[in-house]
Design a protein around this ligand. Structure first.
Ligand SMILES: [Fe+2]
Length: 276
């Protein structure tokens, strides 16, 4: 007799049966989501720390001449090292000290309303599991290397931190075409943003920072780099499944706050009292 026949199956079980990676299925948050010092330390195995080290060393070697100053400074502030996976609560306390952001530990990909709500509360949702050894070159869903190494350094930069907060607030109210515009803005800034610095074009987007392919490709001649503007970015389609042929470069991070605020006000997505 099959004793499991009457048991309710989770969305994860169904996804696994259908050959879909469960980590790619957005989830709603249920129950309490631990934030900052509430987040317990996971029991990482030596193999998990070793996977972090492979990823960290590979990316770190590619950073000189490619990563922006703010990103490099963020890695130092957060005291990320190759030898072990950092703890979310420690990263959260540094971010809180630098820019007032905190970290929430989440179980995987989130439904966008939950994601936007956390961002609108100046709280960055992060996983704490790491991809497996056979996924070091590519993983279909975010893991803690993407969330920690890719995203968190830039959340210690004040203008990026303020922009992302505004973005979350606007996203909660966005509808229809505004949603598409915001998705593109997120993609071409937070995930795949470039910035012009005195020594040349540099990377700050998390999607590039956590991928060795993207990091070498993004500053190559194969990429068409356009000046950042809200109009250009929101009009630009993108595809998730291959390296990016078109990217946008900021002149300075304050541009994100100023241009986005003006646009979001014109779309009635934020009020004049920005940080209420
Ligand atoms: Fe990301």
């Amino acid at each position: 007799m099959d004793t499991n026949a009457s048991q309710p199956r989770s969305a994860y079980d169904k996804a696994a049966e259908q050959g879909v990676d469960p980590r790619c299925i957005p989830q709603y948050l249920t129950g309490h989501t631990p934030v900052g010092s509430e987040i317990e330390a996971p029991r990482y195995t030596a193999e998990m720390h070793a996977n972090w080290k492979v990823l960290f060393d590979r990316q770190k070697e590619l950073l000189p001449g490619r990563a922006g100053e703010a990103f490099l400074q963020g890695i130092d502030l957060l005291e990320m090292t190759p030898d072990r996976i950092p703890l979310l609560r420690d990263l959260s306390s540094v971010m809180e000290r630098e820019t007032g952001w905190r970290v929430a530990r989440i179980p995987g990909l989130l439904h966008e309303q939950d994601f936007f709500r956390l961002i609108s509360e100046r709280t960055f949702p992060s996983t704490d599991y790491i991809r497996e050894a056979h996924e070091l070159d590519y993983t279909p869903a975010p893991d803690c290397f993407h969330d920690m190494f890719g995203h968190m350094p830039m959340l210690t930069e004040p203008a990026v931190a303020d922009f992302y907060h505004l973005f979350g607030r606007a996203a909660l109210l966005a509808r229809g075409a505004q949603r598409t515009a915001l998705e593109r803005l997120h993609w071409f800034t937070i995930e795949f943003g470039l910035i012009r610095e005195s020594r040349g074009l540099r990377v700050f987007g998390a999607g590039i920072m956590s991928s060795s392919n993207e990091l070498t490709h993004s500053l190559s001649d194969d990429v068409e780099v356009q000046p950042f503007s809200i109009e250009a970015v929101t009009a630009q389609e993108y595809e998730v499944w291959h390296v990016q042929p078109i990217l946008f470069a900021l002149e300075e991070f304050r541009q994100l706050v100023e241009d986005f605020t003006a646009w979001a006000r014109s779309e009635r997505l934020i009020s004049d009292r920005v940080f209420v």
